[in-house]
Design a protein around this ligand. Structure first.
Ligand code: MF3
Ligand code: CO
Length: 247
């Protein structure tokens, strides 16, 4: 079932989304060789609570932390640890969600720590650009397949591949609402995009093959070929005036 949001509800989602944005901005400044992903997690939780929010991932299906921190071949859902210290050249994906007054914002960014390989930089840029293109496709004249097509066509043209096992989603009072939003697809197919639809679009893009597997911890998804992966995500509302990025 799809929950369309009123402009008032979109305003509340925007407020939750702005905490997500502030936390990402703060973490971005801390990212450097030597800091652990557990330290980033603690900082994220402190900022969220200071703003009156609640970490949306902590306790969700038993997830143990505020952020997901996924390094290099880790695709998504890496669990923060004091033992994981960032190194120069790492490709770090940070994903986080915030609940504010019952409404949720969800967004992810990837970063190259210090100076990275050309491949890491290219993959990260292509993934971020694919999200921008997907957002541009979120208009009331579009269809769901236009979103996946925008992502897939952009990254595959550069030799990268789209993860199939995880998808974007509706977001609102729940972290995961209908519809599922694959990061691949055909233009002009799927449901019509409507005013009030709020989606978390989250391309997960691999440098090599698209296959991923989940480690023994039950969470960390890694590329099967061990090559790099990048992840970007925004929560976006479709309005009469076009897409509105909430995060
Ligand atoms: N952005 C991811 C998602 O929407 C993060 C979920 S992590 C979890 O699926 F711990 F909350 F599951
Ligand atoms: Co999400």
């Amino acid at each position: 079932m799809i929950h369309l949001k009123s402009s008032d509800e979109i305003e509340r989602l925007f407020e939750a989304g702005q905490i997500v944005r502030v936390v990402h901005d703060a973490l971005e400044k801390l990212i450097a060789p030597g800091i652990s992903t557990a330290e980033l997690d603690a900082e994220a939780e402190a900022i969220i609570r200071r703003h009156g929010g609640i970490p949306a991932f902590k306790g969700y299906r038993g997830y143990p932390a505020t952020i997901c921190a996924s390094i290099n071949e880790e695709v998504v859902h890496g669990i923060p640890s004091p033992k994981r210290k960032l190194k120069e050249g790492d490709l770090l994906g940070i994903d986080l969600g915030v609940i504010l007054n019952g409404w949720i914002g969800d967004a992810a960014r990837s970063h190259v720590v210090g100076l990275g390989s050309e491949e890491a930089e290219r993959l990260n840029r292509a993934t971020r650009e694919s999200l921008d293109r997907a957002i541009a496709a979120m208009t009331t004249s579009g269809r769901l397949g236009d979103i996946g097509h925008a992502i897939q066509s952009h990254v595959e043209a550069q030799g990268f591949s789209v993860v199939r096992q995880f998808v974007g989603h509706g977001v609102g009072r729940n972290l995961h609402e209908d519809p599922q939003v694959p990061n691949y697809g055909r233009r002009g197919t799927g449901m019509r995009l409507q005013e009030g639809l709020v989606l978390a679009i989250e391309p997960m893009i691999n440098a090599g093959a698209f296959e991923v597997e989940v480690l023994e911890d039950g969470w960390t998804a890694v590329t099967v070929d061990g090559r790099l992966s990048a992840h970007w995500e925004h929560s976006i509302a479709i309005t009469a005036d076009g897409p509105r990025v909430l995060t």
